[in-house]
Design a protein around this ligand. Sequence first.
Ligand SMILES: [Zn+2]
Length: 136
Amino acid sequence: MIRPIVKDQMFLSKPSSKADKNDMSIAQDLKDTLQANRQICVGMAANMIGAAKCIIAVALYTDVLIMFNPVIVSRKGAYTIKEGCLSLPGQREVTRYKTVTVRYQDSTFTQKTMVFSGMIAQIIQHECDHLKGILI
Ligand SMILES: [Zn+2]
């Protein structure tokens, strides 16, 4: 189900709580909503559709990668870049890392540790900030 995008900064500034198997429908809605906004958006955190759970969706070519409870466990190669956010007007400068190692559960709730770099790493960092209530 495609849900409206939350722009309430008070709500978006609260940290999200741990996701579990009961949150599968939130993940599906997040995937649907990201796909619907695909032309203007490359990633989304669950609180952006009103569910404050630790779930993110990352656009990966024509598919969407869903991560439950992602935690960035290491970072390498800092740089600064301007980013936009569907929940906020304009663009802001942020520090990101070229390569990140992320521990998360996949859509079958299997624990994974993966290394990402480039654009995908940047999206993951932005969305993981959302889970902590951090806006760019
Ligand atoms: Zn954002």
